[in-house]
Each structure stands twice: as C-alpha cells, then as structure tokens.
Design a protein around this ligand. Structure first.
Ligand SMILES: [Zn+2]
Length: 315
C-alpha cells in the first residue's frame, strides 16, 4: 500500500509515457558521461518498508544506482503484505507478494526479504524491533533507510518507529546478543514524504534517478498484484488497466505511481551536489538524514553517495 491520497490515477492517457521514456533516455546519455568517484569499498545499504513495494517506491532508483556500481543493497518488507488486495488475502497473497518482491529485486540486482508479520496489524513491539536490529547488523549496514514515523498508514508509521528504535541499539552488545554488533552506528535516512505535522520532510540528500528511471519502472512492474490490481481498484480505476503486460507497463509509466515528482523544495540540495547540472534533472529521490544515527561529514556523504559529479560547480 502506498500513500493513496497522493495518487491521481485519473489520467489514463498513455501518450504521456513516450515523453517520459525519451526524458529517461536523454538523461541517461547526459549523465553517463559524468565522472564517478573511484570507490575503495562497496557501500552497504539496507532499506525498510512496511509492505512489499514500499522500499521500491521510495528508493528503487537509488538502489538501482548503487547496484550498478557494485554496492550491496537489501530491501526488507516488515510485513508480508497479506492484506493488500481486493480479492486475495492471507497466505496465498503473502506467497504471491513475496515472489513479486524477489522478482523486483532480481530486476535491479539487489536482495529483497519479506518478513512474516501480518499486513495492517504491525505494532512496534520488542520482538519486531529485534528483527530489525538483526537485519541491520547482519547486513553490516553503512546506510539504513526507513519511513518517517509520521504517516497516514499505521504500518508505515510503526516501521518508522521500529527502525528509529533500532538505531543506536545496533551497537549495544548486550542486546540481540545472537547477532554480532556493528562497530559504528550507520547513517539513518528517511524516505521523502509530504506530511507536514509535526514537521515537514527536509531534503538533505537528493539523487538524480534520470539514468535509472526505466529500471525503477521495471522494478515496480514486478509488483503485479499492487500496481495493476490493488491500487487501481482502491481508486476505481481497475477496469482501465491494460491487460497486455507491455501495455500495462507503459500505462504504469504514465501514472504518478511510477516516479515521484521533483519537488521545488528539493532544489537547494540538488544544486549543492550537482551544481549547474541540477537544472537538467527531471526525476530524483530525496532523503533526510535522521538525528539518531551517525552524522556524516560532507566528505563522507560524497563517499557514501558516489553519484554526484566531482566537478559540479558549487553555488
Ligand atoms: Zn505501504
């Protein structure tokens, strides 16, 4: 389930996707020529979502970029998604969604795990917090990504709380003693969102995904039960989804579900790291650095996010 109020499936005209594909291709050509800083060792990223498809929407482009450079990315869905469909449910749906998630991960070369907690019933218990601590430690994460603990959906909200509560605890030896602890606290990030209370999202890191938007759409396309069935059904658009697999993928690319709009308030962070090239960027993913993990220096940000052009002129 994603933020349903942000969906606008009202426009079903497929003509829009052609412009989108062209923009992706042009951006790929433009940015592939940029220098990429040499990496000494792979960055290890773990992202948490409440449902199988949440990580994909918030950080699918970022994950595709990391993966293409040989870094290690894992997506974890804290629930099994067994309530996210109009006609299927329970074990049958959980099995289907786990397979979809694994296919999505395969398409961009990352690992995808779906934990077996029930969809729509997630609570920030000690048991689930320990599952999260184990995941972060086992992945030896440099970066952890999660939703902010302010969201319309309780599963999203509690995923944010669970990951927030695991930060710092990942370096405490007496807790979850069955899993080797981390030597240092990772950098914790929030996905972008549009909620304003108690405070709005702050874009600290904005990464262009113009060069991977086709990969991100391909990843989303693997979640057939969601993007072609459940989500259109929730807004009365199910009958308008094309039945042909290639046509429905083009339809998906034409909807706001596929790629989030570049927000005006992301501009400052974009210019800081891309300089004058920021004006050409059309699609991006934004993240906020939380107060609860390690606070990276600008030098470390450049090492952890090896996508920014070295020669970008700084404003
Ligand atoms: Zn969700």
């Amino acid at each position: 389930m994603l933020m349903l109020r942000s969906l606008n499936l009202g426009f079903t005209a497929i003509s829009g996707h052609c412009a989108l594909w062209l923009a992706c291709v042009l951006a790929t050509v433009s940015f592939s020529a940029l220098p990429t800083p040499a990496q000494s060792q792979p960055v290890r990223i773990i992202a948490f979502g409440a449902h199988p498809d949440d990580c994909d929407q918030g950080a699918g482009g970022l994950a595709a970029k990391y993966s293409a450079l040989g870094n290690k990315v894992k997506f974890v869905s804290i629930t099994n998604g067994d309530a996210g469909h109009q006609s299927q449910h329970g074990e049958e749906l959980a099995k289907r969604r786990r397979a979809e998630a694994q296919e999505a991960g395969r398409r961009i070369g990352i690992e995808y795990e779906v934990l077996d907690n029930h969809d729509g019933k997630l609570l920030p218990t000690l048991e689930v917090r320990e599952q999260v601590i184990r995941e972060i430690r086992q992945w030896k994460a440099d970066i952890v990504i999660a939703p902010r603990p302010s969201d319309y959906h309780p599963d999203h909200r509690y995923t944010g709380v669970l990951v927030q509560d695991a930060s710092y605890m990942v370096i405490v030896p007496s807790l979850v003693a069955d899993t080797p602890l981390l030597k240092q606290n990772p950098v914790f990030l929030y996905y972008s969102d549009r909620f304003t209370r108690p405070q709005p999202f702050r874009a600290d890191i904005v990464v262009s995904i113009d060069d991977v938007c086709e990969k991100k759409i391909s990843m989303l396309d693997a979640h057939v039960s969601q993007f072609y069935e459940w989500l259109p059904w929730t807004v009365g658009q199910f009958e308008q989804v094309p039945k042909d697999p290639s046509e429905r993928k083009k339809w998906l690319a034409s909807t706001p579900m596929a790629l989030r709009k570049l927000q005006p308030e992301w501009g400052e962070a974009l210019e800081k790291r891309y300089g004058a090239q920021a004006a050409r960027i059309q699609h991006a993913e934004a993240f906020e650095i939380t107060e609860y993990g390690r606070q990276p220096s600008e030098e470390e940000i450049r090492r952890l996010f090896p996508f920014f052009p070295e020669m970008a002129s700084r404003p």
